[in-house]
Design a protein around this ligand. Sequence first.
Ligand code: PNS
Length: 157
Amino acid sequence: MKTAIYPGSFDPVTNGHIDIIRRASKMVDRLVIGVLNNSAKSPLFSVEERVNMLIKVTEDIPGVEVTHFTGLLVDFADSVNARIIVRGLRAVSDFEYELQWAQTNRLVRPNLDTMFLVTDQNYSYLSSSTVRELAKYHGDISKFVPPYVEQKVLNKF
Ligand code: PNS
């Protein structure tokens, strides 16, 4: 069984993430979405809220599981028997950061590969922080997140 992980902060999950999840899930038997539980960051949503939102918005996509992790990505990959890390690439500005992580992770686990999917151009400008910032100042986020997530974000402000 071919398993991949799709790790991230997902604070909150956006339509860009969901597009990557849909496409990646067709390439593997099992796609495990890993929400980073990073105590150093102060996220808008708790890890439980982020996991629950992801479960809800991916319920129609076969082969997808959602969980959370702490610590190293490579250890999370081991824990679910994954040999592929999926990441979305939006623009050149993402590339350097992603390359650094991908190469470091490969040095630590040579049998673990990072697979980049190029983001759909409709979402190339989209990030969770954009969504949070827009919502904070009462901007319309309905084009960027599913209605379920939009409601959860609006409830926060
Ligand atoms: O959505 P994000 O915030 O860009 O996701 C970043 C993430 C979760 C992929 C990255 O922060 C990560 O892998 N964190 C886990 C700690 C780790 O393994 N770091 C790499 C060490 S070489």
